[in-house]
Design a protein around this ligand. Structure first.
Ligand SMILES: Cc1cc2nc3c(=O)[nH]c(=O)nc-3n(C[C@H](O)[C@H](O)[C@H](O)COP(=O)(O)O)c2cc1C
Length: 191
C-alpha cells in the first residue's frame, strides 16, 4: 500500500458496559491498525432506541453524531457481542439509525469490517452472520474474509487488554486486509 494513504474508519462496539470485551477489542483494533488506517471509536451510550417519532422530529443529537461519524469515514468497523444466538439490540439499533434516509445513507456503499468477542464457544459467529446480512441490506460492502471470531474472551482480553498473541495477529491481519479493501473500493483504488 502507498505510504501516503491515510484512511479514517469509524469504530463502534455493540456493548455499553464499561468492562465489555468488545469495547476492549475495539481499543485493541485502534492499537493494531496498520499505519494507513486510523480507527476513531464512537460510543453508542447516548444513542436512543430507534423510534420513528423521534426520527420525524429530527434525528436526536447522538444519532446525528453517529451518522456523521460513519458518513465522513472511509470505512466502518463494528465489533459486536452475541446475545441469544443473534445480534444484540445495541448493535442492531446503531445499524438501523444509520440506515435511514436521506439517501445516500451513511451506510450506502460503505466498506465495513465486522468482528466479535464472547466468553462462549462460537466466537459471535451467529451474531456476525446476522450483522453481515443487515449491513448488506443497508448497502454497506462487508469484507468477506478473514473473519474474526473470538471465543473464550475472558482468557484473551484481560483487564481491557488483548493479551493473546495469536488473536492479536488475526486481528491485525483482518485490519490490514480491510485497509487494502477500502483502497480497492474507494476513489484511490479506482483504475
Ligand atoms: C441476554 C444475553 C444473552 C446471551 N447470549 C449469548 C449467546 O447466544 N452467545 C454467546 O456467545 N454469548 C451470549 N451471551 C454472553 C455474552 O457474550 C457476554 O455477556 C459478553 O461478555 C457480552 O459482551 P461484552 O463483554 O462486550 O459486553 C449472552 C449474554 C446475555 C446478557
Amino acid at each position: 500500500m502507498r505510504r501516503d494513504v491515510n484512511l479514517r474508519v469509524a469504530g463502534i462496539a455493540g456493548s455499553l458496559r464499561v468492562d465489555s470485551y468488545n469495547r476492549a477489542l475495539l481499543a485493541a483494533c485502534v492499537e493494531l491498525a496498520p499505519t494507513a488506517l486510523t480507527i476513531e471509536p464512537f460510543d453508542l451510550r447516548e444513542v436512543p432506541l430507534y423510534d420513528r417519532d423521534l426520527e420525524d422530529e429530527g434525528f436526536p443529537e447522538a444519532v446525528t453524531a453517529l451518522r456523521s461519524a460513519i458518513a465522513t469515514a472511509d470505512g466502518l468497523l463494528i465489533v459486536t457481542p452475541e446475545t441469544n444466538a443473534g445480534l444484540p439490540a445495541v448493535t442492531k439499533n446503531a445499524v438501523d439509525w444509520a440506515s435511514r434516509r436521506p439517501v445516500p445513507t451513511p451506510l450506502d456503499g460503505k466498506p465495513a469490517l465486522v468482528m466479535g468477542a464472547t466468553p462462549g464457544r462460537l466466537g459471535t459467529a451467529l451474531a456476525q452472520a446476522q450483522l453481515r446480512g443487515s449491513l448488506a441490506h443497508a448497502g454497506a460492502i462487508v469484507l468477506p474474509r478473514p473473519q474474526v471470531f473470538i471465543s473464550a474472551a475472558g482468557e484473551k482480553l484481560v483487564d481491557g487488554v488483548l493479551v493473546d498473541d495469536e488473536t492479536r495477529e488475526r486481528v491485525a491481519a483482518a485490519l490490514a486486509a480491510f485497509a487494502a479493501f477500502v483502497v480497492r473500493l474507494g476513489p484511490e483504488g479506482s483504475p
